[in-house]
Design a protein around this ligand. Sequence first.
Ligand SMILES: *Cc1c(COP(=O)(O)O)cnc(C)c1O
Length: 426
Amino acid sequence: MTSIDTKCVQAGYDPKNGEPRVLPIVQSTTYAYDTPEAMGDLFDLKAAGYFYTRIGNPTNAGLEDKVNALEGGVGALATASGMSATMLAVLNLASAGDNFVSSSNIYGGTYNLFAVTLKRMGIECRFVENDAPAEEIESKIDENTKFIFVETIANPAGKIADFDKFSQISKKYGLVLMCDNTISTPYICRPFEYGVNVIVHASTKYLDGHATSVGGLIVDGGNFEYLGNPRYPLFNNPDNSYHGLVFAKDFGNACFITRARVVGMRDLGAIMAPMNAFLTVLGTETLHLRMPRHSENGLALAKALESNPAVEWVKYAGLENDPDHAKAVKYFTNGYCAGMVSFGIKGGREAASKFQKALKLFRIVTHIADSRSCVLHPATTTHRQLSDKDLEQAGVPANLIRLSVGTESAEDIVNDVLNALIESQK
Ligand SMILES: *Cc1c(COP(=O)(O)O)cnc(C)c1O
């Protein structure tokens, strides 16, 4: 199974003789054993097996193994949401008193987690602009820095991470590079190939692809040496909750994901429901068909917007004159840029409201990245607490409209938007 298309359809579940062809939903919290010794070995991590669904579940394993295969990692962990994936991944590296460096062009929920909640827990996020020069990024790093965080395609700003720049810095300082690969998906971009060590996902978006299930994943690239690296005591010091086991020694290149499961998930419990794992696996079976379509439709719409008199600017890396276009060509499969297109509408908030009301195919929802086209005006919804000046600073100006382009016909999509733009200017 070498092609990613084949992996989308088949990876992660391989039934034995007489077993169900489709990944079954194992709706069970517990698993039965014949002897207490057999169960005891599982608790000591001496043997592999299921004993409680918070730590592992066969349906979740089907999703984990598939996304791991798509990303090219050494192991994955399914979580209750994209936010819990990021939270668990961060806490797997950082403790109170530690810090990390993050691009400021990231998903709004992640920004809040980093800027407010983690800060209250004593973990400091040092933000840098996506395009910041290497020297500025390096000036934020000290001996308590635990990782660098970027988003492949930033939601909603549409900027693309410069993997070469960030991975050169992380290698120079012996730091983990973590990446949110939600909007690109492994079909479009596989960040482990560009020096990323840990990937997080909101499977809520394109992996599910049909807006049925909130969920997340952490994937371990197995390409970072924790053993002996003084930045990472959690992997090098004996863990008393497992009889003094040393993760970097005992689990080798899969130590990150093992610890995320047996410590992080054990203690924080943000597990994905098996039903959601099943639905997400079903979604991934068409990922290789949907992502090119989302990308082609996104590009068709972005081109139509570019020349429209009601549009002040368009942000879509698939456009040849976009400042992020060269990165899309360099890092993305066939230059595909998925279906998230942002633009600035002439006439600000009032025109934005008229535009949304006039759309027929695009519905107003707080979501992106499913088969149905949808629209969001951040200034009056997700970012409504921010002033126009704050919006500008966050890279989400008041006239920004975020469109998530679905898999309907490109002609219907473009016509719907062009009609609504005419209405917006009346
Ligand atoms: C939606 C999203 C998240 C958060 O995922 P949830 O499942 O809603 O918790 C994180 N990162 C990105 C890029 C997202 O788009």
